[in-house]
Design a protein. Structure first.
Length: 107
């Protein structure tokens, strides 16, 4: 598995640990986004849970925050929080703001 990047941002309190693991490439068949649940990053769920659980144990984490999309992040966060008996905070981003094309007006 690729190296973990430990990221500290000016907007994050020094007491907050942000761990970003490089994502595997999304599945690339034409219809994968339509048939994979929750999204095309499902193959990342198992290694991310393993790493997150070890971080929770190593760093005495008290809450799990996951942001989406991709929605597989919420699956990872929910499972880790449940198994470690921690509070879970899901952060749902606005998918309309992430689209590359403007919405089409219907008449």
């Amino acid at each position: 598995m690729p190296e973990e990047q430990d990221v500290q941002s000016e907007t994050v309190c020094p007491c907050v640990h942000v761990a970003r693991l490089p994502a595997l490439a999304p599945l690339t068949a034409i219809s994968w986004n339509d048939i994979t649940v929750p999204d095309s990053f499902i193959q990342w769920i198992r290694p991310a849970i393993t790493r997150a659980q070890s971080l929770i144990r190593e760093r005495d984490i008290s809450v799990v925050l996951a942001t989406a999309p991709p929605y597989s992040n919420l699956v990872i966060g929910s499972i880790c929080a449940s198994q470690c008996r921690l509070p879970f905070i899901p952060d749902y981003r606005d998918p309309w703001r992430m689209m590359n094309t403007p919405p089409v007006a219907h008449q």
